[in-house]
Design a protein around this ligand. Sequence first.
Ligand SMILES: Nc1ncnc2c1ncn2[C@@H]1O[C@H](COP(=O)(O)OP(=O)(O)O)[C@@H](O)[C@H]1O
Ligand SMILES: [Mg+2]
Length: 276
Amino acid sequence: MKIEFNNVDYSYSKKGTSAIKDINLSLDKNEITFILGATGSGKSTLVQHMNGLLYSKSGVVKVETGDNVYIVNKKLRNIKDVRRSVGMVFQSPENQLFENTVLDDVMYGPLNFGVDEVGAKTSAVESLESMNVDESYHQKSPFKLSGGEKRKVAIAGVLACKPQVLIFDEPTSNLDNKSTREFFDLIQELKNQGHMIIIISHNENLAYEYADRILIMAEGNIIFDGNHIDAFKDKIILDKANIEIPFVAKVKERFELTQDVRNIKELAALLGRESL
Ligand SMILES: Nc1ncnc2c1ncn2[C@@H]1O[C@H](COP(=O)(O)OP(=O)(O)O)[C@@H](O)[C@H]1O
Ligand SMILES: [Mg+2]
């Protein structure tokens, strides 16, 4: 599995400035990649090129799955294959839900990709369970759910299609702490199963804890590409992207700790305390 960008530009209108500029990027590992950056920096535009929701007029986006290589542009006929391999959970889950019941909604994806009724139902039930959506919700209307519940159903809908690559556009923005933890437990499990995961987020603490790789965007450019240790070192980059130093990184700096602890629990253990 590989996603590659070569000199990709995209602008929403003919006269306007580019939303993403001269992007060169290669993603080819079963890693968790976080994309950080201020609102309007081009994060959503970038990921929408990965499954053909947007097409670049200049530059090349290439998606490789197994033996197949797809150049994602307007002329690509089997865009459905790309969309099946690269699943996306949108920033606003409302835009992703449209069936009468939760179960029908989650079954829609697999059915659309040619899975039979029984198979689609099995996948749907499994993925709802993995998102901790109770069975009593299966026959409810997705439109009557809370923001967090809609988010979980939208995620289940993508998981049910079993894509190799999973892209989440600000997935935890309306989840509570417990649901956020559960979401990241699931993400790590999916990574261990061999999936490539891309997460757009505003939360530097989550990036510090879970990212294998971090991309930072500002004004349509990728201004940083590296690991969680290096990502938060350069003040100029952080200011440009309007992001802060993660709490754990701040404490590590203050106490000159060099161990690679990633969350408060590990930090507390290192400092010999039950909690901080
Ligand atoms: N549908 C759209 N039509 C016109 N401009 C858009 C549209 N979506 C995004 N933009 C513009 O493109 C730029 C990048 O936006 P976006 O990719 O949504 O950034 P982010 O996801 O980082 O907030 C912004 O200037 C935004 O206003
Ligand atoms: Mg966005």
